[in-house]
Structure formats: C-alpha cells, structure tokens
Design a binder for this molecule. Structure first.
Ligand code: NOJ
Length: 552
C-alpha cells in the first residue's frame, strides 16, 4: 500500500450551492461575502466546526441563470448577484487561511446563448466564431439534422431563424454546445483555466464531461424501443466519443503546470464502460470521478457491496474514488434512501458510509443537518428542468432551498425574500440547534470527520469487503496502510434492514473498541467482540481493531 500523496485523497469536500448558502445583502440570493461569513462553520480549526478540507462552489460566473449558472455568459468574471472578482479573491484567501481549498465548477461543454462568443457566432453564417459551436442544415421537409435528444428533454437541435441553420445543445436550448474540434475553442478555454488557477483555485469540478466528444458527422442514435424520454435512444454518437478524452488529457497536462491541482469529473452513471473510463490510464485524464451508481442504487446492502467491490478493482492506479450521495441535481438522499424506512436513522447510517468508505467524500450543503427535499408549489419553482417534469418527477429545486442556519426569520439565510422558499421545518432543524445537541446529525458528521483525521485507515486504508456478514448488512474493513505501525484497522458494520441483526465474524479474533455508533453518536469503552455482535435496525458502527486481522 502506497501512502497518499495528494491533499485531495484525504480531503473531505463540501459542495456549496451559492444561490442558497448565505445571503449578505438582503436580495434573497446567496453570495460570496455570505459564504465568507460562514467559513468558520465549515472549518475554524476546532472541533466545534465541521472540519471540511475543501469547498466546491457551483458556478459563480455571470449568467442569465436559465440553468442557474451552468449557462455561462462570461468565464472570467463573477456574476454581480454573487459579488465581484475582489470578493472571490477574498474568499480564496479566507478559505486558505483556514486550510480550506477551493474548487471551482467549470463548464466545458457549453456556454450560455448570451455568451459573446455565441452572439458573434449566430450573427451570420460567415461569422468569425461561427464554428466555435456546432451548426447543421436541416434535412429535407424541415426535419432536424438527426434524432439526437437533449438531456433536459426534446431535440438537441434548435433552429436559428436568422441564419437558417440548426445549432446543437445537449442540455437546454439556451446552452449551445462548444465545438471542441476547433483549436481556437481549446485555446480560449485553456485561457479560462489559467485565469482561475492564477487566482489561486485548487481545482475544478468539470461539468458534463460525457458530452465533450461527439460525432460531428451527425449519425442518428439507435432507438431503444419501449423507453421514453432521454433513454428512448442509445446515446452512441452524441456523447462519449474519443475526442472527449483527448480534451481531458490536454487539460490534465495544462493543470500539471500548477502545484496540486485536482480535476474531478461529473460523469453519467451510464457512461459506456462506467465512469472509470475518464481516469484514462490513471495519470493522464482526471484524478477523480463522481460515480452516481451508488447514489442511484436501492438501499440494499448486497447492491452497495457489489458496486463497491467492482469499483475498487476497476479504478486504474493513480485514479482515486469519490463517495457522493447528494448534490444539486438529485433528490436529497435522506428522502431517497429514507423511502419506506426510517429516514433519520438511515441518514445517520449514510453519513457513516460517506465518511468511512474508501475515497474522497463529497457532502452537499445541509445534508449534515438532515435537510430534506422541500415541498414546493409550482409557482415557487425556478429551475426549467424541474418545471418541465413537475409533478411527475421531483426535479431539482426541492434540493436547492436555502441553508437552514438558525431559528430566526428565513432560517438566518437572508433578511430579504429568499429566491426559493425556506423549508417550513427550519425552526426544528437548523445548524444552530444541532451544534448544541451532541446526538444531532451535525454532531455525528463532525465526529466522523474527526475520526477520519485520527485514523489513517479511514483515508488511506485498503477496502476489504467482509463476505461472512448477513446479506442485509454491509461489513467492511479499512486496513491501515503500514502494518508495522500501531494505528488500528477500522471495521465498519452497517445494518441496512429495519430489523435488528446479530453478526458473527468467525475469522476475526481480536477484541476492538466501538468508536461510534449511529444510535448514540458516540463510542463505547466496553470491549467489542467480533465473534458475535448486535446491530439495531439501521444501525452502523465504526470499530477500531488491532491491525493485521485478515477477515473473509
Ligand atoms: C450538470 C450540472 O450538475 C447540472 O446542474 C447542469 O444543469 C447540467 N450539467 C448542464 O450544465
């Protein structure tokens, strides 16, 4: 086992959705000065704070906000709703002062249709930047260039009346795709990357990387009979073409000129060959990939076990896993996993998984409090994707409501009118209250993050699935890296079922100590015996064991 070499392998990352974290000027929208005010909550260097090592900021760029910042109208500036470049520099400085690294969101696949590049490109067929985007003629009888459909519904082609051609958009029609075949686009975007790295950012979360490579001969995608929406075709030609990898290799080379930059890709769960494809050979594409297959899995110990075992084997050497259960595109996991079960108990169990599995954990703001999907009325909705599929799909707005800081009006998020309603449970569920309560979910997250710092096995250790556990319990060992040290191994046992379970690990002989149980949020001084132990419904325990136990 090789000791970890990079900060991001042992880091805990916290995703901030800037719209909803903290408003400082009363306009009802979160902003950068607001984030700075709250940095101590994230890490003030004491056990009273969460203790995260990095923040990932969803887009802050100037944008018409049709897709809430993922439609970028200028890559080298800050949207005035969020502040100024000066505020951003202060955020980087203040974060670094607290030992918090800063990860920017970077949208490579598309821009806003308001971006000056696209405005110029659409001005005429002979415009200088015309081929910075993808244009195609329609087929006979007014038919679109091909059958590709966009991730957010409808065709991927939008008609541009003045120039009488279609342009390609893999997401909303307000998000035209950049033509990465064009070297001028690459040069411009690499300029953007340098701009932010020179300002001191520590890495990028790369949006929608599956879409970078597409077949610009525009062949039709094959149909998948019987399916509807985005899945009614196999996305063979509109995504995942080799050029995407070429672009990521260029980016990796460029970022290698800066010390310790991390590149994290957002890759779809249905990437051919799995998201691991974007690690390249382990050293030439991305350092980390979000893998949403765990997030999308039903709450079943054997499903989780299978996915984890498969991934550990497939990530090439040099690549590193991520663990993620919630983000700004997903229903919050407390509700997703809580369906048909005890949501609060499962949220605690999930926290243990997030912070003890092998890989870098990504928390989504508010999950540490147990914030739920907020019930919204149609007239409250802001996100076009949520509106389009409402009420048949939950969409994204319910998971984007303001952070619940305290009991004061609008949960301490704003003194104005919040851009999305604050969840009505904020008086009973907020950071201020949970900070005072030792058995709260927030206290559990804090304690788990501290355990990761105390026990190298949790950040560095190999993952070993223990096969002798009952099928509805997931038991695994994190083996500390150098057996000559006295640091313990960590055994984690998670009961996925709503019934109590007795577990026998006959291959283990040594007595351990429970560092944390989700029932109490604390450890226990009593010796723990592997020969037979008990897990309450939805309980997870974290046990320190003398190292060197084999297990099966
Ligand atoms: C993925 C982002 O996470 C999502 O919020 C966005 O709408 C799409 N990519 C398009 O940029």
């Amino acid at each position: 086992m090789v000791a970890l070499t990079s900060w991001w392998q042992s880091a805990v990352v916290y995703q901030i959705y800037p719209w909803s974290f903290q408003d400082s000027n009363g306009d009802g929208i979160g902003d950068i000065p607001g984030i700075i005010e709250r940095l101590d909550y994230l890490n003030d260097g004491t056990a009273a704070s969460l203790g995260v090592d990095a923040i990932w900021l969803s887009p802050l760029y100037p944008s018409p906000m049709v897709d809430f910042g993922y439609d970028v109208a200028e890559f080298c500036d800050i949207d005035p709703r969020f502040g100024t470049l000066g505020d951003f520099d202060r955020l980087v400085q203040e974060s670094h002062r607290r030992g918090i690294r800063v990860i920017m969101d970077l949208v490579l696949n598309h821009t806003s249709d308001r971006h000056p590049w696209f405005q110029e490109a659409r001005s005429s067929r002979s415009a200088a930047k015309r081929d910075w985007y993808y244009w195609a003629d329609g087929k006979a009888f007014g038919r679109r260039p091909n059958n590709w459909n966009a991730r957010f519904g409808g065709s991927s082609w939008a008609w541009d009346s003045p120039s009488r051609q279609y342009y390609l958009h893999s997401f909303l029609k307000e998000q035209p795709d950049l033509n990465w075949h064009n070297p001028a686009v690459r040069r411009a975007m690499w300029g953007v990357v340098r701009f932010w790295l020179d300002r001191g950012v520590d890495g990028f979360r790369l949006d929608a990387i599956n879409w970078l490579g597409k077949d610009s001969r525009w062949p039709n995608n094959p149909f998948r009979p019987g399916l509807r929406g985005y899945t009614r075709q196999t996305h063979r030609y509109d995504r995942d073409q080799p050029m995407g990898h070429e672009v990521l290799r260029e980016l990796r080379t460029l970022s290698g000129n800066y010390p310790e930059v991390v590149l994290i890709g957002e890759a779809s769960a249905d990437t051919p060959g799995g998201p691991v494809a974007f690690y390249g050979n382990g050293t030439d594409e991305l350092h980390m990939l979000f893998d949403f297959r765990l997030l999308k899995s039903p709450w079943q110990a054997d499903r989780f076990g299978q996915l984890l075992a498969a991934d550990q084997q497939r990530i090439p050497e040099g690549g590193w896993p991520t663990i993620v259960f919630s983000n700004h595109d997903q229903s919050r996991h407390i509700d997703r996993y809580g369906k048909g079960g005890h949501a609060e108990r499962r949220a605690r169990t999930t926290a243990v998984l997030l912070l003890t599995l092998r890989g870098t954990p990504f928390l989504y703001y508010g999950e540490e409090l147990g914030m739920k999907n907020t019930r919204l009325r149609y007239r409250d909705l802001r996100d076009p994707y949520t509106k389009r599929f409402w009420p048949f799909r939950i969409g994204r707005d319910p998971a984007r409501t303001p952070m619940q800081w305290d009991e004061s009006v609008h949960a301490g998020f704003t003194r104005g009118t919040p851009w999305l309603p604050v969840a009505s449970n904020y008086r009973d569920l907020n950071a201020a209250q949970e900070s005072q309560n030792h058995s709260s979910l927030l206290s559990l997250y804090r304690r788990l993050i501290r355990l990761r710092k105390v026990y190298p096995a949790l950040s560095e250790g190999a993952y070993r699935h223990i096969t002798t556990a009952p099928s509805d319990c997931l038991v695994f060992l994190r083996q500390q890296p150098s057996p000559s040290d006295t640091d313990p191994d960590i055994l984690v046992a998670v009961n996925f079922s709503a019934d109590a379970r007795t577990v026998t690990l006959s291959d283990f002989t040594k007595v351990g100590t429970v560092q944390l149980s989700t029932l109490t949020g604390a450890g226990s001084a009593r010796p723990w015996h592997p020969a037979q132990f008990h897990l309450e419904p939805d309980e997870a325990i974290v046990v320190a064991l003398p190292n060197g136990e084999a297990g099966r």
